[in-house]
Design a protein around this ligand. Structure first.
Ligand code: SAM
Length: 286
C-alpha cells in the first residue's frame, strides 16, 4: 500500500477518462471492504433514502454495487452510466443498466420517485446539467440523494511542517483559490490495486446553486460534527493522494445530509413541479 500521487488530468472529458480507467474501477470497487463504501458510506447513505417507490434511478451506477444494494432494499432501479464498460458490467450481473450521460438521461419526464447519485457528481463534466436532469425525471415531490467528495477535501491538504513529528493534527492548508473550478486526477494504490480518479473541484456553492436552479429544496445537511473533530480517522476515509503520514490523517469533514419535508419552490425546470427535494451529502472519496 502506498500513498496516492496527483497526476496530470488527461486531455479528455471526465466521462472518457472514466471509461479509460473502467478496468481499474471494476477491480477497485469490486472487492468488498476495499474502500469507504463498504466500511461506512453505504449505511450512512441508505439511511437517508425514502421508502422504495415506483422507480429509483441510479445515475453513475458504475458496475452496479449501489444499484444491487438498492434492489436488495426493495427498490426497482434503473442504472445509467457514461462508461460502456461499466454499464455492461452492471448489466452482466442482472441489473437494468444502460449507457447514458448524467446530463442527458435516457428517461422520460417525471418517471422516478428517487434519483440516487452516489459519489458521481464530482466526476461528471456537466454537473449542473446532471442535477437539472435529475429534476426532470423526478415526479413532483420526488427526492434526489447524492454523495460527493467534499470540496474542502479537493481544495487542500494536511501539511505537516518540519519537525512536527507525530503531530496528529497538522494544519490543513488550501493553497489554490477555493472558488476556482479545476480538474484534477489522483492515482491511488491500495492493497495491490491501482485506481486513477478523474474529477473536478468546485466550491460547494456551485452545487447549491445548481440545485436551486433546478428547483430543488435542500432540506438539511447532516454533518457529523463529532466525527469531524476527530483528528485521526480510518484509512478508508482518506483521499490517498493527500495522505499524510500515519497519525496525521484528515478528519472526516461531513456526512450525508438528511432528506425530509421542505418548503415547495416554484418549479423552475420544465416538467418539474414544486416539491422536489434533494439532499447534498458531502464526504471524502476513499
Ligand atoms: C466514483 S464512480 C461511482 C460509481 C458508483 N456510483 C459506485 O459508487 O460504485 C463514478 C461513476 O461516474 C460515472 N460517470 C462519469 N461521468 C459520467 C457521465 N457524464 N454520465 C454518467 N456517468 C458518468 C463513471 O463512469 C463512474 O461509473
Amino acid at each position: 500500500m502506498s500513498p496516492g500521487r496527483p497526476v496530470d488530468p488527461e486531455p479528455t472529458s471526465l466521462r472518457e477518462s472514466w471509461e479509460a480507467h473502467a478496468g481499474e474501477w471494476l477491480a477497485w470497487a469490486g472487492v468488498p471492504g476495499h474502500d469507504s463504501y463498504w466500511r461506512f458510506h453505504r449505511e450512512a447513505f441508505f439511511a437517508l433514502l425514502p421508502a422504495p417507490g415506483r422507480l429509483t434511478v441510479d445515475v453513475g451506477c458504475g458496475q452496479g454495487r449501489v444499484t444491487a444494494d438498492l434492489v436488495a432494499r426493495g427498490h426497482t432501479v434503473v442504472g445509467v452510466d457514461g462508461s460502456p464498460t461499466l454499464a455492461a458490467a452492471a448489466a452482466d450481473r442482472g441489473i437494468a443498466a444502460c449507457v447514458g450521460d448524467a446530463a442527458s438521461l435516457p428517461l422520460g419526464d417525471g418517471v422516478a420517485d428517487c434519483v440516487v447519485c452516489f459519489m458521481v457528481l464530482q466526476d461528471v463534466d456537466r454537473f449542473a446539467g446532471a442535477i437539472a436532469e435529475a429534476a426532470r425525471v423526478l415526479r413532483p415531490g420526488g427526492r434526489m440523494a447524492w454523495a460527493v467528495v467534499h470540496p474542502v477535501n479537493s481544495a487542500g491538504r494536511f501539511e505537516p511542517g518540519p519537525g512536527s513529528g507525530d503531530d496528529p493534527a497538522p494544519p490543513f492548508v488550501i493553497r489554490q483559490p477555493y472558488y476556482r473550478v479545476q480538474q484534477y486526477a489522483d492515482e491511488v494504490e491500495r492493497d495491490g490495486l491501482v485506481m486513477t480518479f478523474h474529477s473536478e473541484h468546485r466550491p460547494l456553492q456551485d452545487y447549491a446553486g445548481a440545485l436551486a436552479d433546478a428547483g430543488f429544496v435542500i432540506e438539511a445537511d447532516r454533518t457529523d460534527r463529532a466525527r469531524s473533530r476527530r483528528p485521526v480517522v480510518p484509512d478508508a476515509a482518506l483521499p490517498r493522494r493527500r495522505m499524510p503520514p500515519r497519525g496525521r490523517r484528515r478528519p472526516r469533514v461531513s456526512r450525508p445530509a438528511v432528506i425530509g419535508p421542505g418548503s415547495p419552490m416554484p418549479g423552475r425546470h420544465p416538467g418539474f413541479t414544486p416539491g422536489g427535494r434533494a439532499c447534498g451529502p458531502t464526504a471524502p472519496r476513499l
